[in-house]
Design a protein. Structure first.
Lengths: 208, 208
DNA sequence: TGCCAATGTTAACACCGTTAACTTATAGCG
DNA sequence: CGCTATAAGTTAACGGTGTTAACATTGGCA
């Protein structure tokens, strides 16, 4: 029932893929169910067999986005705390820069308020979890000050999210002239978060 | 020609105000030119005498938002660097929390890409300028490390913007349980930014 | 006073999301 | 193997949208 081809093969997947391509190229405001259906060669109401409404489709795409983000973050090595933290921050920002339209859909807020679509919320939390785990490891290893975990992760997330959003929307004019901005920012934050025992011992360890 | 009342008084202002109210209450996606015109008691095409299209109206509203944000930031006192920095960060986040829908319009990115509407860009820069001036004062006074100004302001803006966006979209679950989150986050960043000479001398000066 | 330009009007076009009512093809079962 | 329930598609239609064209009206000014 779910695997074999009905009239058109699995429309659900086809719509999902096509819509994802449109979002990545032109943003979520360019998504039109009718246009999507016409492109695929199916009538518009057919889509309603697979998606409750336009918002649900967008939510599904946002879920894909969070899963892709999570995969990116998971690829960051666990090696020394400082590299791991900077690495995951860079990976996060780079994802946003690579997929600005998708990222905007994920965090647009206007699209879907939290609590409406549980699977979307879970996908977001799962991505955030990777970041939190990295911070927790660094903290547990004694590299970071023994501050509340929630405070540290919230700080880290705020920083990378804010930087992502500001850069992809062009609010930071000299972002191109300063390619190491993300790294500098992350380092700057770390200065305040590392334990005093680690101070001055690892500032230049990434450039041997 | 611009001041006296024509057929309906100054429609421009009336549309602007009404639209701003709608955005603040229901978000920019709830803006409908036809509905707006009907509410005001005028035909829909009449609006096109004052706004090129829907996007231009939204841009105008975003400009108002940036000006309101700027006013908020300007009210922060200049007194000691640490208080000024934390104060302006809190004021920024509080604005976003007070006007979530307006804030989303301003930074939605989907609404208007930079470069299209010069006045909108200028309004954004003007608001950002207040933040930059505060950082510059703190840096010039020797309170902060002598790092590049662009780096410091980008960091500060990223942090407060990220925190704003994440909280108003409900991504930080325990935001309510932690009302001092914004202050804690700002302090954490400051730890990494203050000059060593100022370290440990001002951590508790705000609670005498 | 008479004209021009600013400001409004109605009618219409081409979309859009969504629902209702109907048709078709498939999967599973007696 | 044939039948039927149902999943998956169809067309027609409703109400809404932004936007443009063509026309009407009003007010300020020469």
């Amino acid at each position: 029932m779910a695997r074999t081809a009905y009239h058109h093969g699995d429309l659900q997947q086809q719509v999902h893929d096509q819509a994802l391509a449109v979002v990545r190229e032109h943003g979520d405001s360019a998504i039109s169910l009718r246009a999507l259906a016409k492109q695929i060669g199916v009538s518009a109401p057919a889509l309603y067999r697979h998606f409750a409404d336009r918002e649900s489709l967008l939510a599904e795409l946002a879920i894909s986005g969070f899963e892709a983000l999570r995969q990116r973050l998971l690829q960051v090595k666990h090696t020394p705390p400082r590299q791991a933290l900077i690495g995951i921050g860079l990976a996060y920002v780079r994802f946003a820069q690579d997929e600005p339209n998708l990222y905007r859909l994920m965090f647009g807020g206007q699209v879907l308020p939290r609590g409406v679509h549980p699977r979307l919320d879970d996908a977001g939390k799962a991505a955030f979890q990777v970041l939190e785990d990295t911070v927790e490891r660094a903290r547990h290893s004694g590299y970071l000050k023994p501050m509340p975990l929630a405070l540290m992760t919230a700080t880290a997330w705020s920083l990378v999210h804010g930087l992502s959003q500001l850069t992809i929307d062009g609010h930071l004019p000299n972002a191109d002239a300063e390619p190491h901005l993300a790294e500098g920012i992350t380092s700057l934050l770390l200065e305040g978060a590392i334990a005093d025992t680690n101070r001055a011992t690892d500032n230049n360890e990434d450039s041997p």
